[in-house]
Design a protein around this ligand. Structure first.
Ligand code: NAP
Length: 265
């Protein structure tokens, strides 16, 4: 199923589930920036939530807010039993310690999955695993290659693939060209998240049955490009746009439902 159809189908079933719930699932986004990209992400999150019947409030704080006042606001939301989820939109201004903020969010409400104690997995890798399972992509015993090792994508991706019994390799900017070629050409599943347009190109001999999941978002002359060139000779390649971004957005909603169910049962 193409990703757009899969996401629409999942959103329809979420909508039906939420229609019978009282109180409605409810989350808050705290935004402390005037960043254009963040504004677009926040608008997207509010739109997705509203479409399925989830309540989403945006709390905008001035970019000059002190760390103490931001932490106070987080604490207030943590203690509000009417709110099931809390997102602090990144990036944060320079006077704020990002790690302190991530740790301040109640792990039970951390629908981004960033807190070390949260039971919720980060949205991008979790959305990818769910989609691969829906597509019946075999994972157990397969060679999975994760290109990139960030805390929000690469590292949790490798952990989740390992939990599915893949043989997982992680490569990064210090990997040699020769090793990169070797790992790419031996991989059954490649997840790339490095922010380098067209890094996976037609020069490699991919396994014909390989699956490429393209997480990269690169804006070039106003157009979005992934980290892989289009139409590589593999069994399945996720597009950019219209790919992993949609899975990430869907998983924020399903993480919220998990947080809601844990708090209301
Ligand atoms: P990040 O924190 O900037 O990390 C980039 C990773 O790529 C690092 O581990 C870096 O290696 C590695 N890298 C950079 N250049 C490389 C190269 N030439 N060869 C091999 N590895 C290289 O990035 P991120 O937050 O994970 O995001 C990665 C991309 O995914 C970005 O384009 C971002 O916009 C996109 N993204 C998309 C979604 C979505 O929902 N679609 C979600 C999150 C991110 P070192 O560790 O050695 O520096």
């Amino acid at each position: 199923m193409i990703i757009k159809e899969y996401v629409n189908y999942k959103k329809e079933s979420l909508k039906a589930e939420i229609a019978s719930l009282n109180p409605k699932p409810h989350f808050v986004i705290i935004q402390v920036n005037e960043d254009e990209a963040s504004n677009a992400y926040v608008r997207g999150k509010i739109k997705d939530a509203t479409e399925v019947g989830i309540i989403c409030d945006l709390v905008k704080l001035p970019v000059t807010v002190s760390q103490e006042d931001l932490l106070k606001k987080i604490d207030e939301i943590n203690n509000d039993s009417n709110i099931d989820g809390l997102i602090v939109q990144m990036p944060l201004p320079r006077q704020i310690d990002e790690e302190a903020v991530k740790l301040a969010v109640d792990p039970k409400k951390d629908i981004d999955g960033f807190h070390p104690l949260t039971k919720l997995d980060p949205c991008t890798p979790k959305g990818i695993i769910n989609y691969l399972k829906n597509e019946n992509v075999a994972l157990s015993g397969k060679n999975a290659l994760v290109i990139g090792r960030s805390n929000i994508v690469g590292k949790p991706m490798a952990r989740l693939l390992l939990a599915e019994n893949c043989n997982v390799t992680t490569v990064h900017s210090k990997t040699t060209k020769e090793d990169m070629k070797f790992y790419i050409e031996h991989a059954d599943i490649i997840v790339i998240a490095i922010g380098k347009a067209g890094f996976l190109d037609h020069s490699y001999n991919y396994k014909p049955d390989a699956v490429i999941v393209d997480v990269g978002i690169n804006r070039i002359e106003g157009k979005l490009h992934g980290d892989a060139e289009r139409d590589l000779p593999v069994k399945l390649q996720t597009p950019v746009p219209g790919g992993v971004g949609l899975l990430t957005r869907l998983t924020l909603l399903t993480n919220l439902m998990e947080a809601y169910n844990a708090q209301h049962k």
